[in-house]
Design a protein around this ligand. Structure first.
Ligand code: GUN
Length: 300
């Protein structure tokens, strides 16, 4: 029997609808509208496309959405001053500086200048620390890992006591999703193993997983024989393996492949995310969720 396909596109749309209602309710009750600013330095085409997607979604949800474009040669001091301006702006609840930044700017310095309570990316060391401590301390969750957790929970998988195996130890996905899934509480409370390039027997660990989360950046790394029958498989990999002509537009578009051998894996897994259309659509949605949370916290 084939696996159930976990559609990130559908689940993201559902969460966005919930957020839209929440934003409208917040506006009615307290007059507060979530405000998100995205700062883009330079004209990197991929960054323009990401930022445009974030702004479009924020606008659709009824946010105050602000796009702040800065020239490639902006000085570090001027960028710090800009971040400070938004830190002090009470209408802004979320500040996102799109990465990567030009080489003459110290990315760490900029990210740590953002007020942790407006750091909706959850990249600030204070927020990473809050995530490590967990419980009441944890505010924002980083967007991609938060999206992964939502996909697992909304697909009906029991996480409490489940064996979760994470492949990859990046700061953006591997480490934070391991932290999130090991927290005490709903949608987590799992037994977590993290495997990485230094691990001795990746296959044996993966085979134990009730929930297998793969964020390695290696196309087709996980083979069907690595998967426990019936497991929930979340593929975070988005690897460009070539180009093809789009049937819709006639333009060349990248061919994307996940870290899991999808066609074979779907015969073994209980549920699996596709690439594209799995984890990808969740990331922007969780950014919106963090901004709504930040706005809510500002009302209290
Ligand atoms: N560049 C690529 N992905 C991201 C992201 O999630 N946040 C920021 N700030 N920059 C990015």
């Amino acid at each position: 029997m084939g696996a159930r396909i976990i559609s990130g596109t559908e689940i993201a749309a559902q969460i966005r609808e919930e957020l839209k209602q929440e934003v409208a309710g917040m506006k009615d009750k307290s007059g507060v509208v979530p405000g998100l600013v995205t700062i883009l330095v330079g004209k990197n085409p991929a960054s323009i496309s990401y930022v445009t997607g974030k702004q479009k979604t924020a606008h659709e949800l009824g946010f105050l959405s602000l796009q702040d474009d800065q020239p490639e040669d902006i000085s570090e001091a001027d960028l710090l001053a800009l971040v400070d301006k938004y830190n002090r702006d009470p209408k802004i609840h979320g500040i996102l500086v799109q990465l990567p930044l030009p080489k003459h700017i110290n990315e760490k310095k900029i990210l740590t200048a953002i007020d942790p309570d407006k750091d909706v990316d959850c990249f600030h060391p204070v927020n990473v620390g809050r995530l490590v401590i967990g419980g009441e301390e944890a505010r924002f969750k980083p967007c991609t890992p938060a999206g992964i957790q939502e996909l697992i929970v909304r697909s009906g998988f029991e996480t409490s006591g489940a064996e979760v195996v994470v492949v990859g130890r990046s700061n953006i996905v591997g480490k934070p999703i391991a932290l999130i899934m090991m927290q005490k509480g709903k949608g987590a409370n799992s037994t977590v193993t993290v495997v990485h390039t230094g691990s001795k027997n990746m296959e044996a660990h993966c085979k134990r997983a009730d929930i297998l989360i793969v964020a390695a950046g290696v196309p087709g790394l996980v083979k069907p024989e690595w998967i426990k029958p019936g497991a929930c498989v979340i593929d975070v990999g988005v690897n460009r393996v070539g180009e093809k002509k789009s049937e819709k537009t006639g333009k060349m578009v990248p061919i994307l492949k996940g870290d899991v051998d999808f066609d074979a894996a779907k015969e073994i897994a209980g549920a699996i995310t596709p690439v594209p259309g799995g984890v990808g659509p969740m990331t922007i949605t969780m950014l919106m969720k963090n901004t709504v949370l930040s706005a809510k916290m500002s009302v209290k």
